[in-house]
Design a protein around this ligand. Structure first.
Ligand code: GLN
Length: 253
């Protein structure tokens, strides 16, 4: 069920962050340790978004297993950045497998990813989707639950909500409309990051000047902490805050 990560801190190469660690995101694509709710490997695409020195983030996304991509290793070796959001995807049955369905989804400085599933898709979510402008529905990135969740978060960001509230409101409203959903969301603008642990594992490692949020720890070094279920993390490179979402997590399988 997808694995994702976000990093903020001193410059690192994408290779150091995504490919080199013993249990890197690359390895998690074919040998994840903690898949929940179905799915065994993450072979339906991958995406990386990173922040150049100025301007909006750059994305590289493909609808193929990350280990079969001929370009990512070379690109990752020469790309250094202070902020990254990356994901490997295991598509939910029936959902599109196309480049545009791979996270990160983006607008302006925002990058977004979803690890999980909206239960009862699409019927369960119709009442919430009806809140969105028709234009947003007609221009969804892909016909997937994750793309719709991004449209719901983005709608709140455009309305001026702060990112933690945009994510918290989206998780609580979708959990109510589609009980049993798994809603691990990840949102960054390159300076702050917001992440929910709601139905899937999420680990955090913070140092004095960096923060790394990841579905699974990517090495056996000390310092990883598991984010408790039903919680939201809001962090920048030097500070981490955690709050309860106030909604029970009840994944249905
Ligand atoms: N349900 C989403 C998709 O199909 C996310 C998948 C996941 O977490 N496996 O894209």
């Amino acid at each position: 069920m997808c694995r994702h990560l976000a990093y903020l801190g001193p410059p690192v190469t994408l290779r150091e962050l995504l490919l080199d660690p013993p249990h890197s995101l690359l390895r998690q694509s074919w040998a994840p340790r903690d898949m929940r709710g179905g799915g065994t490997i993450n072979a339906d695409g991958f995406g990386v978004g990173w922040y150049p020195d100025s301007g909006p983030p750059v994305r590289y996304r493909r609808a193929q297993p990350i280990w079969t991509d001929p370009t990512i290793a070379d690109l990752a070796a020469v790309t250094s950045t202070t902020a990254v959001l990356a994901a490997v995807r295991s598509a939910t049955v029936g959902m599109a497998v196309v480049d545009a369905a791979a996270a990160p989804f983006a607008e302006g400085r925002w990058l977004f990813s979803h690890n999980g599933v909206v239960r009862g898709w699409p019927d369960s979510i119709v009442p919430l989707a009806a809140e969105l402008p028709v234009r947003d529905l007609l221009t969804l990135d892909a016909t997937t639950d994750s793309a719709l969740l991004w449209a719901l978060v983005r709608h709140r960001l455009r309305a001026g909500l702060d990112p933690a509230r945009a994510v918290a409101e989206t998780v609580t409203s979708v959990a109510a409309a589609a009980p049993g959903s798994r809603l691990n969301l990840l949102l960054t603008d390159g300076r702050t990051v917001v992440a929910s642990a709601f139905g899937h594992a999420l680990s955090l490692r913070a140092t004095a000047d960096s923060v790394l949020l990841s579905s699974e720890p990517h090495d056996d070094e000390p310092g990883w902490r598991e984010v408790p279920q039903g919680h939201l993390v809001r962090a920048n490179a030097t500070e981490v805050h955690r709050q309860a979402l106030g909604v029970a997590v009840v994944p249905d399988q």
